[in-house]
Design a protein around this ligand. Structure first.
Ligand code: CA
Length: 222
């Protein structure tokens, strides 16, 4: 299936340019021109990446980014018209994954999109003790293969992709069960429990997956 990219951009010419290049690169796209529409769309459609303009009608990109981060870790690339704005944005710690400054070439945008989409995978790859091979769904810890179910692998991959970040049970469920949501919180807990057991069997002293009381789970780098 094609990866889905949401373009939030109120300059129609630019939005169309992004759309054309990203489609050519093999992505499915959706364009929204109004900041107010972005958050509900993301909740409904869970895109793989968001290209987010800062200056938008009705709700600006900063606000959109902050709201999305309350429920989703979807990669976000912020597009700004001023290069000097980027330092300030970095200081705000919005949780964006990258920044692009206008004017830019559409090719550059495609290259950044590809790089950001690849990044989660590479991060877990460079983790010394834990190696996740997303293509083969194979996890090795300290050189030993972890015999994980598909769901356990997904959970580990999501958590390890963002060390230190707390994921609520809802967030984890949304990412794993994209089609059916008739799954209760306990399901995640039970998968996590099994996952921890398997990790402990290989390396009892490592506590990779930590519970955050009444919030959710996070991954701690070994
Ligand atoms: Ca704009």
């Amino acid at each position: 299936m094609k990866q889905k990219i949401l373009i939030v951009e109120d300059e129609q010419r630019l939005a169309e340019l992004h759309r054309d290049y990203l489609q050519q690169a093999g992505y499915a796209t959706e364009c929204l021109m109004d900041g107010m529409l972005a958050v509900p769309w993301v909740q409904e459609n869970s895109p793989d990446l968001i290209l987010l303009d800062l200056m938008l009608p009705n709700k600006d990109g900063l606000e959109v980014c902050k709201e999305i981060r309350t429920f989703s870790n979807v990669p976000i690339i912020i597009v700004t018209a001023r290069v000097e704005e980027i330092d300030r944005l970095l200081g705000l710690e919005l949780g964006a994954d990258d920044y692009i400054c206008k004017p830019f070439s559409p090719r550059e945008v495609v290259a950044r999109v590809k790089a950001v989409l690849r990044r989660g995978f590479q991060q877990t790859q460079t983790d010394q003790a834990l190696v996740l091979d997303e293509k083969c769904h194979l996890a090795t810890l300290e050189g030993k293969v972890l015999d994980l179910t598909a769901v356990e692998f997904q959970l580990l991959s999501i958590l390890a992709g963002r060390p230190g970040q707390i994921f609520s049970r809802d967030q984890l469920m949304d990412r794993i069960y994209t089609d059916h949501r008739i799954v209760c919180d306990r399901t995640i807990d039970s998968h996590i429990k099994k996952l921890r057991k398997k990790i402990a069997a290989v390396s009892p002293e490592l506590e990779l997956i930590q519970s955050v009381y009444s919030v959710g789970y996070k991954y701690k780098k070994p």
